[in-house]
Design a protein. Structure first.
Length: 142
C-alpha cells in the first residue's frame, strides 16, 4: 500500500503586509520631514564704522481713540487729516510699504476715522493691513 504523505502547511507569519506598512511609513516620514540648510562656513563679518543704522520698526501700529485722533507707533498726530496721517506713515515706515500695518480702533471710534486710516495706507501702497479686535470674555461680554 502506497500512502501519500500529507502536505504540511506552512503556518508561518506572512511578512508582506508588514514590509508594505514599513515602507509606507518610511516614505511618509521622508516626504514630511523639513530640511534646514546650514552654512558650512562660519564667518565673522567685519564691523563698519560710521553713522549708526536707523532701526526700522517691524510693524506699524495706528491707534484710533474714541474721538477719532490718531497715534502712530506711540507718536500722537497733531492733525487728523489724511495728509498728516500719510506723512507720518511715510516717515515711520521710511518708505518701506512691506511692513505690516495694524489698525487698533476704540469701539466708539467713528467709522470714518478707520476708513481714513485705511485710505491713507492704501494710497501709500501698504498691502499687509490688519485690524485688531477684542476677544469676548467667557461671560460673553467684551
Amino acid at each position: 500500500m502506497n500512502f501519500k504523505r500529507q502536505r504540511v502547511d506552512d503556518n508561518g507569519i506572512n511578512l508582506t503586509p508588514l514590509i508594505d506598512v514599513v515602507f509606507l511609513l518610511l516614505i511618509f516620514f521622508m516626504v514630511s520631514t523639513t530640511f534646514t540648510k546650514e552654512s558650512r562656513l562660519q564667518l565673522e563679518l567685519p564691523s563698519a564704522e560710521g553713522e549708526a543704522a536707523v532701526e526700522q520698526p517691524e510693524q506699524i501700529e495706528i491707534v484710533i481713540n474714541a474721538a477719532g485722533q490718531y497715534v502712530v507707533n506711540q507718536q500722537r498726530l497733531l492733525s487728523d487729516d489724511v495728509g498728516g496721517l500719510m506723512a507720518t506713515l511715510t516717515e515711520v515706515s521710511a518708505g518701506n510699504t512691506e511692513l505690516p500695518l495694524i489698525i487698533s480702533a476704540d469701539a466708539a471710534t467713528p467709522h470714518q476715522a478707520v476708513i481714513t486710516a485705511m485710505d491713507a495706507a492704501g494710497r501709500l501702497g501698504f498691502a499687509k493691513l490688519k485690524i485688531t479686535t477684542q476677544q469676548p470674555d467667557a461671560g460673553g461680554q467684551p
